[in-house]
Structures are given as C-alpha cells and as structure tokens.
Design a protein around this ligand. Sequence first.
Ligand code: ATP
Length: 241
Amino acid sequence: MLSIKNIEVVYNDVILVLKGLSLEVQEGNIVCLLGSNGAGKTTTLKAISGLLRPDNGDITDGEILFMGTRIDRKDAAEIVKMGIFQVMEGRRVFKDLTVEENLIAGGYIRTKGEIAQGIEKVYTYFPRLKERRKQLAGYMSGGEQQMLAIGRALMAKPKLILMDEPSLGLSPLLVKEIFKIIKQLNEIEKTTILLVEQNANMALSVSHRGYIMENGRIVLDGDRDYLLANDDVKEFYLGVS
Ligand code: ATP
C-alpha cells in the first residue's frame, strides 16, 4: 500500500536526517517504526504526509508511492484526500474548539451525513469523548486529547493512519486503552496503521511487522515474532537481555 524507496531528507540544506530510508506498509497491517530519540521517525512521517517536499528542498532523493501513485511531490491537502491522515505527536487538537467541533473539523473532506455517522462511530470507540462533547478541547486531560486526536483521524475515514507516539506522556493504564483501540481500528475498520513509538513493547504487541531505525536508516525489520526474538531488539528496545 505504502512504499518508501531510498528517501533522503535534508534540513536547512545541510543536515542529512534520512539517509536513503526504505520501508513498506502492506494493506491491512499495523507496522511500527521504532528507534531512539532523533533517529528520524517523525521526519519519516512528515515526508509521507507531504509536510516535507522535494520542491522545498527537504526531500533530496528517493520516492514515495501510495497505492501505486507517487505522492512525494503532492501537497499535504492532496495527500489527506488520497486517504492518508497523520495523528501528530503532542496531540494537536484545536484547543479553543469543543470536542465535537474538533471532530467536525476532522471530517472536513466528508459529506454532512458522513460527518454525523463518523461522530457516532468515534463516540462508540471513545465514550469519554461523548460525555465531554461540549467541553473545550484545551481543558481535556492529556489522555482525552490523545483520544480526540485519534477520533479526528477516524472522522477523515482514512485508508492509512500515521500515528506519532500515541503513548507519549500517558499513564500505563491509558496507554493500554489507546493501544486496544488502535488494534480495534485495524481489525474492525480495516484501517492500515503506521505507528511511530518509543514504547517498543506496546507497539510490537499490536503490530504485524516492525522496522528499527537508527541515525536516518533502517537497521532491522521483520515480523513481530522475529523482532521480539531478536537479541539486539531485546537488549536495546525491550529492556530485557
Ligand atoms: P523523537 O523520538 O525524539 O521524536 P525522531 O526519531 O522522531 O525523534 P526526528 O524528529 O525525525 O526524530 O528528528 C531527526 C533529526 O532531525 C534530529 O536530529 C532533529 O534534531 C533533526 N530535526 C528535526 N526537525 C528539524 C528541523 N525542522 N530543522 C532542523 N533539524 C531538525
């Protein structure tokens, strides 16, 4: 479904951050991208979603294909329309809008009827958002804002969701809840998910496949069981040896 081939990203014309990165996401899968701070995970998502582009000098080599079409020269709005939606790190929601207004904004490419259906669907996944639907998003807790950020993605009915560290700053209990929902989105809605995470244990527990990146390159990839059994992964990412 998504194919990244030898992509290179340069920041400010000088710093090479992605150094020929390649990865594949098969339709129907959850694929996680793991790696330490600064490895280039967020940069990879930005290259896919059109926030980094060749015509701005950010992407200097390689190509990105989505369902057979090259998307690396398309802008972010076109890429959303094609069915790719990014849930940003730090739960970007409109803080001065209510929960429900945020959801409506998330469905801006859909019809009125689809928006109404979408809101009901989001509320079945996140009953807490229904209880708080009139509340300003800025007053919600971190976990609730993360739920809202994922709810907004659902409103766009994407084929592929890019998720940047959904566990960041959440209590272990909430992390479990969020990951349970990520799994349901994949199983019930058939949404394909590319998941960037520092929490390798949690991410691998829901993923079909994973990629490990270091310093702008993929250093290891494989299916979940292969990665869970790998000694380097155990030592450096899972905290067991
Ligand atoms: P983290 O887990 O800490 O978020 P990451 O793997 O997502 O890390 P990126 O955010 O992709 O890493 O950053 C990769 C490298 O690019 C880092 O060294 C970072 O300092 C640098 N970088 C990121 N954004 C910019 C920018 N706008 N301008 C210059 N350098 C940047």
